[in-house]
Design a protein around this ligand. Structure first.
Ligand code: DGJ
Length: 726
């Protein structure tokens, strides 16, 4: 619900649990008064914002008089929705623009607002949130000098503690303006008593965890790699000093965007926390012509006053219910077998047919032929951009028919945004390459160039080639890979004035191809991927209901990656496969993969009959429980592997009738007091578990805990426990 309280000039966003209050002050600034647990009334709230009156003053040039801001407003310290730039407020501002006269100053002041139900309309081909159970306030602001406007959008969901923020810049002057920074939001909090948790990483080591106290000064979490997330994931959270997994205030943040992002956190002389979030302004300069507007991606804020897990669960529900657009989202997902780690580029038709047979034996329902099926692609030096089947290597019709005869689906790998120097496309259209091809050298990543996806002709060309394949072959699934970063970001398609737009235009190109493909082939499921989990972000999830989590499939390292990823993203989105690694048994590896999308990626001919049986036991659990308990249920992070000897997670179906628990210990332990206290059960109901085969009440499991004290636990032993209400 959103109301306007005219007597106090307040805009109040609230649902059953939280309130967010904005005050339109007498000077036209929007002050953020409150963000927290729902208030029953807002009387006296204006008192809460008062600061000392020793802040900057101004000289009124008409009245020829020095003026003081009254009303407890301090222009360089008060919590604001949008700070100005170039005046006395030296804090980080979401907008920097250059007007025709060369000025970098801007100060956007209140003009009007309108409140409506639902979320703001977004143009197609740009990932965004949806959901009718929501309200939005759109606040129009005008620059104090120029006819430049900003619309601030703020939405609240009725059924989740989620706020969504973004803004739009509108040029009503007669001259072009240059946007040097156009970020999505600002969130000012009147305290710096928080820990910031974020997720740095690298290839095969994505989303490690790092935490620090907010400190005076500035901290930045960002990407300038052209894609979002190998290095820092756009998901972060702030945790009040006294908060933990179950108690206290936690504020999660993410951005619905797949390119360069920047999260700036600043704590100034008032010991506040000021968060600015949006597109990274490095090398960014967008020309906004008269009458044009620039819309920024949506930032999503998940608020919890009941600890980290509630913040995570809220994000999980939001992603599943308000973000993913895949038509079959919510339907049972087939068990996937991927060919990559089994045979890499080295296959022929017979080998693939034999893989399909074996995949079927371990319960697979979807066979995916990864890299290597097209053009002259026998290694990673060639072929990208030439999307036609290498018929000498693989009879694709035969492979697909074989799958269909066995009742299985079929999927193919693509890497649409790339081009090999050894390809027909590079010979025929060198200018499709990103970067200046007239210069002396172009940098390579995995021996390949980046296509210029800011150029619509390139998108048309790749779309046409992909359609030829998708029209000729019965494809149920695409793995969309992306294996290098953006290096040179010069586009020969655009004039020099627009080179600062290229990074963002590449993202728009990525979305526009996804949009065209998902419109034309709505039944095909697209799994995102970028050298593993290098583009694990909300922008991708809008089109792709799951994303390959990491090229690190070895179970021990993966355990950390999946645990940390699941703090911000539901398990149903984290592509996770059982591989050949010798360190753990197949049973244990499959149990772990069950807490992800679940699939296989190995040479299946190496499996012995016992291993096939073991894998099938888990595949049967997948078929019985995964959708209800793991894909749709609530997840609890019971014990973190980041700072204990255990990885322990639990999922509970929404109706609380079933639950799966997984426990892995890192180091060996002898018998000792060891109870796993479960969560989310119905305390009065009785549940049978398959660990000691006893029946206890939910209250027992949640307070006394399941007793695992009797046994020794060997290194990386894995317990998968199933509970069912009786
Ligand atoms: C990187 C991906 O992460 C892998 O799963 C695999 O698809 C390879 N690329 C193929 O080149």
């Amino acid at each position: 619900m959103i109301e306007y309280d005219g007597s106090q000039n307040l805009i109040i966003l609230s649902n059953n649990e939280i309130s967010y209050v904005i005050y339109i002050n007498n000077f036209g600034y929007l002050e953020t008064l409150y963000f927290g647990k729902k208030l029953s009334n807002y009387n006296g709230i204006l008192k809460s914002k008062e600061l000392s009156d020793n802040g900057p003053t101004y000289f009124d040039l008409k009245k020829r008089k020095e003026q003081r801001f009254e009303d407890g407003f301090k222009i360089d310290a008060s919590c604001l929705e949008l700070s100005s730039h170039g005046f006395m407020d030296k804090r980080y501002s979401p907008i920097i623009l250059e007007t025709e006269n060369g000025s970098f100053e801007n100060e956007f002041l209140y003009v009007s607002h309108r409140i409506y139900s639902g979320l703001p309309k977004f143009h197609n081909s740009f990932s965004h949130a949806y959901g009718e159970k929501s309200d939005t306030v759109e606040i129009l602001l005008k620059d104090s000098k120029e006819r430049i406007y900003v619309k601030l959008f703020l939405s609240i969901l009725d059924d989740k503690n989620i706020l969504i923020k973004n803004l739009e810049i509108i040029n009503k002057t007669k001259k072009e303006i240059k946007l040097h920074r156009a970020m999505s939001m600002q969130l000012d909090l009147p305290s710096n008593d928080y820990y910031l948790t974020y997720f740095p990483g690298r290839w095969s080591f994505e989303r490690q965890i790092s935490e620090n106290l907010i400190h005076p000064g500035t901290q930045e979490i960002s990407s300038n790699f052209g894609r979002s997330s190998h290095d820092y994931n756009p998901f972060v959270y702030l945790r009040k000093k006294d908060a933990n997994n179950e108690y206290g205030e936690v504020i999660g943040l993410n951005l619905i965007y797949s390119g360069n992002f920047k999260l700036n956190i600043e704590s100034g002389f008032y010991l506040d926390t000021k968060i600015t979030y949006g597109i990274n302004d490095e090398d960014f300069c967008w020309i906004l012509n008269p009458k044009e507007t620039f819309k920024t991606p949506q930032a999503v804020i998940s608020y919890s006053y009941s600890g980290v897990d509630k913040m995570s669960q809220t994000f999980h529900d939001f992603i599943r219910q308000n973000l993913i657009t895949y038509k079959k989202q919510g339907e049972y997902k087939s068990i996937l077998f991927n060919s990559w780690e089994g045979c890499y580029f080295d296959f022929n038709t017979d080998l693939i047919l034999s893989y399909i047979d074996k995949a079927k034996e371990i319960g697979s329902e979807l066979f995916v032929l990864d890299d290597g099926w097209f053009s002259n692609r026998d290694n990673d030096y060639s072929g990208l951009g030439d999307w036609f089947v290498n018929k000498k290597k693989i009879d694709l019709h035969k492979a697909i028919n074989h799958c269909k005869d066995l009742g299985m689906k079929f999927g193919l790998w693509f890497e649409p945004e790339m081009i090999s120097y050894n390809s027909n496309l590079f010979k025929s259209h060198p200018s499709y390459c990103l970067g200046d091809i007239k210069s002396k050298k172009l940098y390579l990543g995995r021996h390949q160039f980046h296509l210029d996806f800011s150029n619509p002709n390139v998108i048309d060309y790749i779309f046409m080639q992909m359609c030829k394949i998708l029209d000729e072959y019965e494809i149920d699934y695409i793995k969309w890979d992306y294996n290098r970063i953006v290096g040179e970001h010069f586009s020969s398609f655009y004039p020099k004035e627009q080179q600062g737009e290229i990074y963002h235009r590449l993202v728009l190109g990525y979305y526009s191809l996804l949009e065209r493909l998902t419109n034309k082939y709505p039944d095909i499921m697209i799994e995102g991927c970028a050298s593993g989990g290098g583009r694990f972000d909300l922008g991708t999830l809008y089109y792709c209901p799951q994303i390959w989590g990491s090229d690190e499939s070895d179970p021990v390292q993966r355990l950390f990656i999946n645990y940390n990823t699941s703090l911000g993203y539901p398990l149903s989105t984290i592509g996770t496969h059982v591989n050949d690694n010798k360190f753990m048994s197949y049973k244990n590896k499959a149990s772990l993969a069950l807490f992800g999308t679940y699939g296989y990626e190995m040479n299946p001919h190496k499996l012995n009959s016992q291993e096939i049986d073991d894998i099938n036991d888990i595949a049967n659990l997948y078929k019985k429980y995964h959708k209800e308990v793991i894909e749709e249920g609530d997840m609890y992070h019971l014990i973190s592997p980041n700072d204990t000897n255990y990885f322990c997670a639990q999922c509970v179906s929404k109706n609380k009738s079933k639950s799966l628990v997984i426990l892995v210990n890192k180091l060996k332990e002898l018998d000792e007091f060891r109870y796993i206290k479960l969560k989310g059960l119905d305390s009065k109901s009785l549940y049978k578990n398959n660990y000691d085969n006893n029946v206890y009440t939910g209250e027992y499991y949640m307070n006394i805990g399941l007793n695992l004290s009797k046994e020794w636990l060997f290194e990386f032993e894995c317990k998968l426990i199933v509970l069912e209400k009786i």
